[in-house]
Design a protein. Structure first.
Length: 262
C-alpha cells in the first residue's frame, strides 16, 4: 500500500493564517467592518508570534463563526477566487512547495488537512496541486452561512480524518508523512510513521525533541507561479473536483460518528 503526505496549511505551507489573510478582500467586498479587520489583524499577530493553544483556537473559532453568519456563500467564493493568487501566492513557503513536489515524485498523494474553512482551503489546495483536502465546513442554509460549524477539522478530528482517508483509499499510515507547526496537531502527527514539526510552537518543539521527530524551519515565501510549470495550473484546477468530493466524504463520515462536530 502507498503512503501519503498530510500537510497542515497555516504556518506550514503558507506563512500566515489562510482564513485571516482574506479579511481585507472581504472588507472590500462589503462583508466585514473595519473593526473586524483590526480584530483579525490582532488575532493574526498573536497566532504568528506565539502559536495558538486550545483556548485561543476556541476564541478564534467563536469569532469567525459569529463573523460569517448571514454571509452569502456565492459572494465569499467569488471573492476568494478573484483574490486567491494576489493574497496567497506571495505567502507560500518555497520549502513546502519543494516537499509537495518530492512527495508527488515518490508517488504519494498530498493531502492538506486544515482547520480553516473549505471555501479558502479548497482553492488553495487546488492552486498547490494537492490531491485531497480536509477542512472545516460551515453550515449553509438557503445560500447563506448560519454561523454554525457543521464539521470542525481540528485537533483529534484531523487524526480521525486521516485514518478515515487511509481506510477509504488504502494508504499505509506507517509509510506516510505529516507536517504541522502546532501542538494542537499532535494527534495528526502521531497518526503517521513519519511526523515532522515545521516552524513549531514551543510546546510542539518540546514534544518533537523528546520523540526525536525531525524539526524543519521554513523561511522563504516564494511567488508560487514562478515555481510551477505552465501545465501545473491546469492540473491544479482539475484537482478541485477531487478535493470537494473527498472533503465531503470525510465530513459525512464525521457527521455519522457523532451528532455535532463543532
Amino acid at each position: 500500500m502507498p503512503g501519503a503526505a498530510f500537510f497542515d496549511l497555516d504556518k506550514t505551507i503558507i506563512a500566515k493564517s489562510s482564513a485571516m489573510a482574506f479579511t481585507k478582500p472581504f472588507q472590500a467586498g462589503g462583508l466585514i467592518s473595519r473593526r473586524a479587520v483590526v480584530r483579525s489583524a490582532y488575532g493574526q499577530f498573536v497566532y504568528l508570534t506565539g502559536g495558538a493553544d486550545h483556548d485561543q483556537m476556541e476564541k478564534m473559532r467563536h469569532f469567525m463563526s459569529q463573523l460569517v453568519a448571514g454571509w452569502d456563500v456565492a459572494t465569499v467564493r467569488e471573492i476568494v477566487a478573484e483574490t486567491l493568487h494576489t493574497i496567497v501566492d506571495p505567502l507560500v513557503y518555497e520549502e513546502a512547495v519543494g516537499l509537495i513536489e518530492e512527495h508527488h515524485a515518490a508517488g504519494r498523494d498530498v493531502v492538506i488537512v486544515s482547520t480553516s474553512g473549505s471555501e479558502v482551503v479548497e482553492p488553495i489546495g487546488a492552486m498547490l496541486g494537492a490531491d485531497l483536502v480536509v477542512a472545516t465546513r460551515l453550515e449553509e442554509v438557503d445560500g447563506r452561512y448560519t454561523g454554525e460549524i457543521a464539521y470542525y477539522a481540528y485537533a483529534e478530528e484531523k487524526a480521525a480524518a486521516i485514518r478515515a482517508l487511509a481506510a477509504e483509499r488504502g494508504y499505509d499510515l506507517a509509510a506516510s508523512y505529516a507536517y504541522s507547526d502546532s501542538v494542537t496537531d499532535t494527534a495528526m502527527l502521531e497518526a503517521v510513521g513519519h511526523p515532522h514539526a515545521v516552524n513549531p510552537d514551543k510546546d510542539l518543539r518540546r514534544i518533537a525533541v523528546a520523540r526525536d521527530w525531525p524539526v524543519l524551519v521554513f523561511t522563504r515565501p516564494v511567488a508560487l507561479r514562478s515555481r510551477l510549470p505552465g501545465g501545473r495550473s491546469t492540473l491544479a484546477a482539475l484537482a478541485v473536483t477531487g478535493v470537494v468530493a473527498v472533503g465531503g466524504a470525510v465530513w459525512a463520515g464525521a457527521r455519522r460518528r457523532r451528532p455535532t462536530a463543532g
